[in-house]
Design a protein around this ligand. Structure first.
Ligand SMILES: [Zn+2]
Length: 198
């Protein structure tokens, strides 16, 4: 388990920066039109970007299209909850989350439900066949595949994980909001596993 004292688990800005670095390794990607790294930063609202494409010009943040979107719960609590659900050997109950995150039991239950939902493997029709070579995908495959014992803990089998990661890299290939959310959730959590101290 990585260090629970990591700043991204306790600070909203650190959490956002972490998610941005993981989700956007090549710079912000507009979820509306797919434009990469051509944005205006909103100086008064940190973390809000405006697409610089002439046809688009829409605002977005890193949580758009993820399971963290439109939540009143601070992002760092979401990251911690996701980490606890992913990393614990026996998982974690909503009651434990409630105490550890300092949110109501109802909120903790909702968060746990949403995270587990996002981590479920996609159906083959949605995920599509695996195709092409992707170095990032392959690196993740090696690590996740070696942790078979963790599969008891709500982590889907290796093949499902691979397809999610691969699709998650193709920002323009969204099929539905939910599947997009799942892909990003999985992509993010995989990176967390692969680089626990990042
Ligand atoms: Zn755009």
């Amino acid at each position: 388990m990585s260090d629970l004292s990591a700043p991204r688990f306790h600070d909203e800005t650190e959490a956002r920066k972490f998610l941005e670095a993981v989700r956007w390794p090549d710079g912000p990607v507009c979820p509306h039109c797919g434009t990469v790294n051509e944005v205006y930063e909103n100086k008064s609202k940190l973390g809000v970007y405006r697409c610089a494409s002439d046809e688009c010009r829409k605002d977005f943040s890193v949580t758009v299209g993820t399971l963290f979107e439109r939540s009143r719960v601070p992002l760092h609590k979401w990251l911690l909850a996701t980490h606890l659900l992913m990393a614990g050997k026996k998982g974690i109950s909503a009651h434990q989350l409630h105490r550890m995150l300092g949110v109501t039991y109802k909120t903790a239950w909702f968060m746990a439900h949403r995270i587990r939902e996002a981590l479920r493997p996609l159906s083959p029709e949605i995920a599509g066949p695996l195709g092409g070579k992707n170095k990032v995908v392959e690196a993740d495959e090696t690590y996740v595949g070696g942790k078979a014992k963790n599969r008891k803990n709500h982590i889907p089998p290796k093949s499902a994980v691979i397809s999610l990661v691969e699709r998650g890299g193709k920002v323009r290939s969204a099929t539905s909001p939910m599947s997009l959310a799942r892909r990003y959730a999985m992509r993010w959590s995989l990176r967390l596993i692969a680089r626990p101290t990042s």
